[in-house]
Design a protein around this ligand. Structure first.
Ligand SMILES: C[S@@+](CC[C@H](N)C(=O)[O-])C[C@H]1O[C@@H](n2cnc3c(N)ncnc32)[C@H](O)[C@@H]1O
Length: 206
């Protein structure tokens, strides 16, 4: 019987090509929100891929951990860090196996596309893993992005609606500060190019 590929192996296929699929610059929304975060805070980047957000945050003085299931993604993230003269920790694991062992001042994610029930489980675990007043900040593709070819998965179960995120966070110990679908111009490597419908979310741990 044919064995299904793990999520890490699937992303390894994408990240094994030359270059950085989503480029070297951080996601613009995440970069624009670092002023919310306490200086030198502990930050976890969830589904961090090849490391562009982690490198940026480490360069701003935060103590960063990058978590991802892709060995090639995490190796390339550490290579980018070395090239830019910064450092951070990595955790190589599938979120199915995630058991947070420390608390964070912020948990950030760009384009982490998970199907339920893993989605609800991982995002609610993320809220639990935040310190009081810590932030979860994310940019994710909206379900309304499907007809566009500027990036993102085509499988509806992997995409987000405002209602699905509201339901996850209203059942967690946090306050929704910002939850909006936005039509933005993406310029992120070969992976994300052009006008895209994303959902931007900021929640604060109670
Ligand atoms: C679209 S890429 C985004 C990468 C990075 N956040 C960025 O914006 O450049 C999605 C990332 O999520 C990771 N990912 C997806 N499902 C995961 C899971 N179940 N556990 C851990 N990582 C996962 C993939 O390995 C991949 O690196």
């Amino acid at each position: 019987m044919k064995q299904e590929k793990s999520i890490g192996a699937l992303w390894d296929d994408k990240f094994s090509r030359e270059g950085y699929f989503y480029g070297f610059e951080p996601n613009a929304f995440i970069a624009s929100k670092t002023d919310l975060l306490a200086p030198k805070g502990e930050i976890l980047c969830l589904g961090e891929g090849e490391g562009r957000n982690a490198v940026y945050l480490a360069s701003k003085g935060f103590n960063v951990t990058a978590l991802d299931a892709s060995p090639i993604g995490m190796t390339k993230a550490l290579m980018m860090a070395t090239n830019k003269g910064v450092s951070f920790k990595t955790e190589l694991l599938d979120l199915e196996q995630w058991q947070p062992t420390q608390s964070y001042d912020a948990i950030l994610t760009s384009y982490l596309h998970l199907e339920d029930p893993l989605r609800t489980q991982a995002f609610q675990q993320a809220i639990q893993a935040l310190k009081t007043d810590g932030y979860f900040i994310g940019e994710l593709f909206s379900i309304n992005q499907i007809p566009r070819d500027s990036g993102g998965p085509k499988k509806p179960e992997l995409l987000y609606t405002l209602a699905s995120l509201e339901s996850i966070f209203s059942n967690a110990a946090c306050e929704i500060i910002h939850l909006q679908e936005e039509d933005v111009l993406l310029d992120e490597g070969d992976g994300h190019q052009g006008q895209a419908l994303v959902i931007r979310v900021i929640v604060k741990k109670r």
